[in-house]
Each structure stands twice: as structure tokens, then as C-alpha cells.
Design a protein around this ligand. Structure first.
Ligand code: FES
Ligand code: FES
Length: 131
């Protein structure tokens, strides 16, 4: 079973979105032992025994992760379908590189698709979160 099905249907963690189901859009991105992974292409067995962090686990409404807060401040979501994957990927980048430059942000988010065309705001939000 793909991890994304388990998260959404068994655990009710519907913040992780299922888009293409083929590893191509990034909407389903979660952290596995701190590394971004596409949960549509990760089986439940592959995730067994590892720490899986979804968008729900990054922060709370009262204490959002800096990337979550920056997405709100920059109004980086339109329909929001791609947003959880973008935020999780951004959080992983900031965990590796506290103050990434624009090229590093673009490289990290390469392969995350947004049908609404929010890419510029997404880049600004991750840059803002990185201070
Ligand atoms: Fe997993 Fe598109 S749903 S990459
Ligand atoms: Fe709609 Fe990205 S905000 S797909």
C-alpha cells in the first residue's frame, strides 16, 4: 500500500494530498526520518520503523512552522492543492540550509508542480522563512 493512502484513509491525515500518484507532482511529499519523500511512491513497508512527518506535524495553528507562517504572509497558496508538499519540501530545505539563496530554493522545489501558477509566491515564502 502506498504510504499516502495509509496517511489519508487509515489515519485521517488528509493534509498530504494525492495528485499524480506517479512521483511527478510533489503534492504528496512528507518527511521520512527528516528527508523529503513522495508518499505516493513509498510503500507502507518502506516507511515501517521510520519517523514520518506530515504537514500536520510541522507546526500548529498557534505555533506554525516558519515556512507555514511565511506561506500565509506571502499568500502563497491559491487552491492549496500543491501547498502541503511545497511547505514540507521548504521545511526540509531550511533544516539543511538555514538561509538558502534563491537558486537553492528553486533547486529544492524543482519538481513540485502548481497548476495555479503560485510559483513566484512560493519562492518568496520560502526565502522569507529562511530570513
Ligand atoms: Fe505523489 Fe504526485 S501524488 S508525486
Ligand atoms: Fe493550486 Fe498550487 S496553489 S495547485
Amino acid at each position: 500500500m502506498p504510504l499516502v493512502y495509509w496517511l489519508r484513509e487509515e489515519l485521517g491525515l488528509t493534509g498530504t494530498h494525492l495528485g499524480c500518484g506517479k512521483g511527478e507532482c510533489g503534492a504528496c511529499t512528507v518527511l521520512i526520518d527528516g528527508q523529503p519523500a513522495r508518499s505516493c511512491r513509498t510503500t507502507l513497508g518502506e516507511a515501517a520503523g521510520k519517523v514520518v512527518t506530515t504537514i500536520e506535524g510541522l507546526g500548529t495553528p498557534e505555533a506554525p512552522h516558519p515556512v507555514q507562517a511565511a506561506f500565509v504572509e506571502e499568500q502563497a497558496a491559491q487552491c492549496g492543492f500543491c501547498t502541503p508538499g511545497m511547505v514540507v519540501e521548504g521545511a526540509a530545505l531550511l533544516a539543511r540550509t538555514a538561509q538558502p539563496d534563491l537558486a537553492e530554493v528553486k533547486e529544492a522545489l524543482d519538481g513540485h508542480l502548481c497548476r495555479c501558477g503560485s510559483h513566484q509566491r512560493v519562492l518568496k515564502a520560502v526565502m522569507r522563512a529562511g530570513g
